[in-house]
Design a protein around this ligand. Structure first.
Ligand code: ADP
Ligand code: ZN
Length: 703
């Protein structure tokens, strides 16, 4: 039997040859060495942390087969396709295969032709005759938390896995999961009968995911803007109800966004299609309930939006973790609303562990309302302490400004008092703002002394302030009394003892251009785009998801490094021997073609094209001008030129039809003069130059 140290020399070469990577991530090497020395292991790593290599690489070095127990067929298929793309002999076994197919697999095992065999726990009994130490050299239990009824994905079929250790006492077991809590961990060890397994718990920090929480006002248009700023980036929007996934997808489609729906109420074909379309980059957005995700290994999900608040932090973290698995920047946007909190409380009512669920919901709420680094809060929930603020969340990037909000607090609290603590936030705000709707008039609230004392503050800002008062304990929601706002012991201090209340200013709600593409880079993004298209074409030919050809991180590196020889190509992270052999030429040629085309068109790389790229990203004229450090009028002249060239410009966003008509009249009366000035004078300087220019380009194009 080979000794561990024999393996040690092979680790890095094997990693490069088959997976294309030059080094291990923290923990990976240690775990792999431990597995190779035949110890049992429990690996806790966040989604995207790189668990798979921890058993796939040892599998290549062991003599026999590594049996991988995995809960979902979709997940298995994806992993097997990925392994094969790397030139690794892998297969999956399930009951839906024909007996011929199954026989082929057994044959391959007998002749040591398979390194990894994926199987669902339900199908293990069909493999009985090969589950012995003659064939099996290692057992990996993926998504191991499914074994525990404590966990959130309990699967009864996982509970019979204990027999594996009894039957193969000398075969190392490696159990892997992204669920960290202690009860689940202990359950896994007990049930798999591996009490002495080495445990490695990796950091749960996913620094590449930017975190943001926004109030849930006008969510749909915020989401549309968000997506328009990211035209080539795929993402998931999680909604609480099936109905809202459908409604949202429809609205996105109406706005020209390729969106689809996924929830447990759809039949198998529809769900399968939604998932495939997403994996194969045929759809940009999936509007889904939390039913969507477990089978999603897609590495280039760039963002996750929570349309509704998740019911706990575990769920939230797992869902946002589906973005940015390739390590490139990703974005998690959560919409926070009190209506959601109330809804989630209702769901929790009547369940056996109500208290636990409410406690978890409270932590979720605290996270959403945080005025300190959100990542710190998130990680502390998982028992991990960050010493510095993360710098990559909305609070870090935009620290809230505190001001003396005592008067505001007094107004709100005295209104709550006068309403005898019987009304929910909405009515309280209506009274503060002096509304005279039916409820207010019927209940004679317009006669209260505080009616209208908060007119100067907008509805949304009142909402923002009241949320903060609740957070700071100055008032509370009586969930069992129609969510009425009630006073607390702290209220008195504000009302009668003049305690100072600090509030944060509301943020102005505009879609920020958060990840600016430097203007200089825009022209070179075309190489990435060309590489992306080449990847897509190969993926279609091979019928595998594009990210299995190369993930985005690898494409980015090709874009930056521009490899022109096989040797250079092999040095790219993510390029192993097989991928060099089968894709190398195509990608190198694409890079060469790009460089040549750049040489030819260098003179033609006109500035208005850069404007067009930014326009397509959804930036306004002023934003483009600011980004490019040019005048708005210059940008308008680009827009006119682009329109003349036939580019997709919504020209009437900038100039109205009547204005175009009047310019047309002017043109006739002035007998088509040169330059714009005659027009400007003609309109008594009342029509902006840029509008004249745009109108003329429309007239020229139409004629
Ligand atoms: P998990 O199963 O923990 O969610 P994966 O095993 O799917 O994560 O790995 C996530 C991504 O990280 C994959 O794209 C994988 O290829 C990549 N990866 C894993 N290990 C390394 C490494 N040592 N260097 C670079 N990338 C890696
Ligand atoms: Zn932060």
């Amino acid at each position: 039997m080979p000794h561990v140290s024999d393996y040690e020399l092979q680790l890095l070469p094997t990693l490069k040859q088959y997976f294309g990577y030059d080094s291990f991530r923290t923990e990976q090497q240690h775990i792999i060495t431990s597995v190779l020395s035949k110890k049992d292991n429990l690996v806790i790593m966040p989604t995207g942390g790189g668990k798979s290599i921890c058993f796939q690489l040892p599998a290549l070095l062991f003599k026999g087969v590594t049996l991988v127990v995995s809960p979902l067929i979709a997940l298995m298929k994806d992993q097997v396709d990925g392994l094969r793309a790397n030139g690794i002999a892998a297969a999956y076994f399930n009951s839906s295969q024909s007996s011929d197919e199954q026989q082929d697999i057994f044959e391959a095992i007998h002749h040591s032709k398979i390194k990894l065999l994926y199987v669902a726990p339900e199908s293990l009994s069909l493999l009985e005759h090969i589950i012995n130490e003659q064939y099996i050299s290692c057992i990996a239990i993926d998504e191991a938390h499914c074994i525990s009824s404590w966990g959130h994905d309990f699967r009864p079929s996982y509970q019979q896995l204990g027999f594996l250790k009894s039957k193969l006492p000398n075969t190392p077991i490696i159990a892997l999961t992204a669920t960290a809590d202690k009860a689940t961990r202990e359950d896994i060890l007990t049930q798999l009968r591996i009490p002495n397994a080495e445990q490695s718990i990796s950091s749960f920090d996913r620094q590449n995911i930017e975190l943001e929480v926004r109030p849930a006002n006008d969510r749909v248009s915020q989401i549309i803007k968000f997506i328009r700023h990211r035209p080539n980036e795929m993402g998931i929007v999680y909604c609480l109800s099936r109905k809202s996934t459908e409604q949202l997808a429809e609205k996105l489609q109406l706005n020209g966004i390729k969106a689809t729906t996924y929830h447990a109420g759809l039949n198998f074909e529809k769900r399968h299609k939604a998932q495939e379309d997403f994996l194969f980059d045929k759809t940009q957005v999936v509007c889904a309930t939390v039913a969507f995700g477990m089978g999603i290994d897609k590495s280039n999900v760039r963002w996750v939006i929570h349309y509704n608040m998740p019911k706990n932090i575990e769920g939230y973290y797992q869902e946002i973790g589906r973005s940015g698995r390739d390590g490139l920047p990703a974005y998690a946007l959560l919409f926070h609303s009190y209506a959601d909190v109330i809804q989630l409380r209702k769901f929790a009512e009547g369940t056996t562990n109500f208290d636990v669920q409410i406690a978890k919901l409270d932590r979720m709420k605290q996270f959403s309302e945080a005025t300190t680094c959100r990542r710190k809060i998130l990680l502390s929930y998982f028992g991990e302490l960050l010493s510095d603020n993360c710098g990559n969340c909305d609070v870090c990037k935009n620290p809230p400004e505190l001001f003396d909000g005592t008067i505001i607090a007094q107004k709100a609290l005295s209104t709550i008092t006068r309403l005898r603590e019987t009304e929910a936030t909405g009515v309280v705000i209506d009274v503060l703002r002096g509304a005279r709707n039916a409820t207010i008039v019927d209940k004679k609230y317009d006669q209260l002394k505080t009616h209208g004392i908060g007119k100067d503050i907008s509805w949304q800002n009142w909402q923002h302030y009241i949320i903060q008062l609740i957070n700071q304990g100055y008032c509370e929601i009586a969930f069992h009394k129609n969510n009425a706002l009630r006073l607390t012991a702290f209220s008195k201090k504000v009302l009668f003892e003049n305690e100072t209340v600090k509030l944060t200013k509301p943020l102005v709600l505009t879609e920020k251009v958060t990840r600016k593409t430097p203007v200089k880079k825009l022209l070179s993004t075309t190489l990435f785009e060309r590489l992306r298209q080449l990847r897509q074409q190969i993926a279609l030919e091979e019928n595998i998801p594009a990210y299995l050809v190369f993930n985005d991180a690898t494409l980015k590196e090709i874009e930056n490094e521009r490899p022109l020889s096989e040797e250079e190509f092999l040095s790219i992270s993510g390029v192993g021997q097989r991928k060099l052999d089968v894709y190398g030429t195509a990608f190198i040629n694409e890079v060469k073609a790009f460089i040549d085309s750049k040489k030819n068109s260098k003179k033609k790389s006109e500035t208005h094209r850069v404007t067009y790229e930014l326009y397509k990203e959804g930036l306004s004229i002023d934003e483009i001008a600011e980004r490019r450090n040019l005048k708005s009028t210059t940008i308008y002249s680009h827009i006119a030129k682009l329109y003349s060239e036939g580019k997709a410009i919504d020209i009437y966003d900038f100039v109205s039809k009547p204005e175009v008509e009047s310019v047309k009249t002017a043109q006739q009366e002035l007998k088509s003069p040169d330059g714009l000035k005659p027009y400007f004078e003609y309109f008594d300087k009342q029509l902006d130059y840029f509008k004249i220019r745009l109108a003329l380009s429309i007239i020229a194009k139409d004629s």
